[in-house]
Write a protein that binds this ligand. Structure first.
Ligand code: SF4
Length: 446
């Protein structure tokens, strides 16, 4: 039986997508790329913005068009927060929440799609079968499965934590992922060893609120404790941290990043706004002073660190002055790249009911101003590396446009170089020969 699989959204969701694929392959189902014709389609969704919901609905319809007889499974954050809306889409057969992902094979058996006598058949259902757990406070630990590959990737995302105990007013993720839970240290160590033995050169530790890692474990632990243990693993590899909250970047964590060659000098620290009034309305757990002090401490301790930030523009009530505060705040800080989002009202969040929505046109304008600032800051940072050396992990595939090898430095600069295929999936020292306007750096292998 063929299963066509697609995952939308964040690194954690990508990881869970690979978990489900490997689980089904171990049961002798054949995974084919989406939307190749198949007997079963699995759409692993994201719901972070209304645009994500729209993209997911489009993807589900595309799957149904690809084979009207196929059995359609929808899982992930969209049904976790709104399975009623998915159930109203004609042609969906099975709806699973985030906690039910690793039970997908059992549900396919229970619904007679997979049969003991192997006379499997895609049984279309009138109404979808819905299995979505309510993510109760009592849930302990992280449901996970060891993975062995990341299609086309030379770096592997690794889920070490899920959920979040904070309460940002605009955020639907905490509703789709529940409270914070951590994977056990021994499990993570074994998974990293397995991935290193399989040739991965970079492990991206991923979570929803990564910095809260270990607080629910007994005995408690911290992210820096986990890193110390992972650094003892043999092999030449690097560890990258995915997004981490400003309050979660402790001095211990900064010290371990600064003192280790194997942990990437790169942190992605969501800012959202540089205006304290807006930060308060967002219910973020820090103010601009805390964020500013953190970035200065980081730059002082690790001068060549790459620092990325999420910025949300157009939050309800954001005046021109408040936007300007954010713009100046970002401009003055040594942040090296930005991910810019426009506020997306999410049903079920408190910000959804806030008055003073910002007109779309103004939101667009602020977004393009902030994106331009992000490009300027990124170019400024990369120019510092002209004629300097950086180490790059060369990706599996060459760039489609220029045919060059490419990859990221540890401080998250995308670098292109001319070279042989034998360099793919290796850590290579390069000298930066050119910085192009669009920001890419051209290197020469050393
Ligand atoms: S920190 Fe805030 S934005 Fe991030 S997942 Fe938690 S509640 Fe959502």
């Amino acid at each position: 039986m063929k299963v066509s699989f697609i995952t939308l959204g964040c690194r954690l969701n990508q990881y869970e997508g690979v978990e489900m694929q490997e689980l089904l392959e171990e049961k002798d189902l054949k995974i084919v790329p989406f939307p190749e014709k198949a007997d079963i389609y699995v759409i692993n969704t994201c719901t972070v913005t209304s645009k994500s919901d729209y993209d997911c609905r489009q993807t589900i319809r595309r799957a149904i068009r690809s084979n009207k007889e196929a059995f359609i499974v929808v899982t992930g954050c969209y049904p976790q927060t709104n399975h009623g809306e998915i159930a109203r889409l004609p042609g969906v057969d099975l709806i699973l929440g985030n906690e039910e992902k690793l039970d997908i094979y059992d549900y396919l058996k229970r619904l007679g799609v997979i049969r003991e006598d192997s006379r499997n058949r895609a049984l279309k259902r009138g109404d979808p079968y819905i299995a979505v757990d309510r993510l109760l406070k009592g849930n302990k630990g992280v449901k996970s499965k060891e993975i062995n590959r990341f299609q086309g990737h030379i770096k592997a995302f690794l889920k070490i934590q899920t959920g979040c105990n904070l309460n940002c007013s605009f955020c639907i993720v905490r509703l789709s992922r529940g409270h914070s839970r951590s994977e056990g240290i021994e499990n993570i160590k074994r998974q990293v060893e397995n991935l290193i033995n399989r040739g991965f050169k970079e492990i991206v530790l991923s979570g929803i609120n990564l910095g809260s890692y270990g607080r629910d474990l007994s005995p408690n632990a911290e992210l820096s404790d986990l890193l110390k243990i992972l650094l003892n693993i043999n092999g030449r590899f690097r560890i990258r941290l995915s997004s981490i909250g400003p309050r979660e970047v402790s001095d211990k964590l900064i010290d371990i990043i600064a003192s280790s060659e194997s942990i990437c000098n790169h942190l992605h620290i969501p800012l959202q706004s540089g205006d304290d009034h807006i930060l308060k309305k967002m219910r973020r757990d820090y103010d601009s002073r805390l964020y500013n002090n953190l970035i200065e401490r980081l730059k002082k301790r690790i001068p060549d660190i790459g620092i990325g930030a999420d910025v949300m523009v157009g939050f309800p009530g954001e005046t021109d002055k408040m936007f300007d505060n954010t713009y100046r705040f970002v401009k003055d800080l040594p942040i090296t790249y930005l991910h810019v989002f426009t506020f997306s009202p999410r049903k079920g969040t408190d910000a959804f009911n806030l008055p003073d929505r910002i007109p779309k046109g103004i939101g667009k304008e602020r977004s393009s101003l902030m994106k331009r600032l992000g490009r300027e800051k990124s170019l400024e940072f990369r120019r510092c590396y002209l004629n300097k050396e950086l180490e790059v992990l060369i990706e599996e595939s060459r760039d489609k446009d220029n045919g060059l090898l490419n990859g990221y430095s540890d401080n998250y600069i995308p670098i292109f170089l001319d070279g042989l295929d034998s360099l793919k999936n290796t850590l290579v020292k390069v000298k930066i020969m050119e910085i192009r306007e669009e920001g890419i750096a051209i290197g020469e292998g050393l």
